[in-house]
Write a protein of this length. Sequence first.
Length: 112
Amino acid sequence: MDFAANNYEDFAYNTAGGGNSVNYDDPNVASSNVIGRTALREAASTAMDAANTPGLPGDIADPMRSWSIRAAKLLIIMGVRGGGDSLNNTASDMNTDAKNAQMACAMNGGRA
């Protein structure tokens, strides 16, 4: 999750301040879009694999699965050049899922 967040962050910074409008023609946006999508794809796969670990408690696995699905959604939004509102709402939901997974890990004696 940290890997995806770090790589998506550049895209978020490059698209900030435009409201729902995203200038995908800007070279910085275009470059960080590709890097961010690649990181999201890898992280979504890794998170889903981890969530499917046999014996993993549901309170840990469920937010990891949700995060993975939302990461795939964000990947699609970025790929079809979606607006800032969709990007921000999905990223916000992913942050909530990440927090929930981290809290569940901590409550179960682990770390995310």
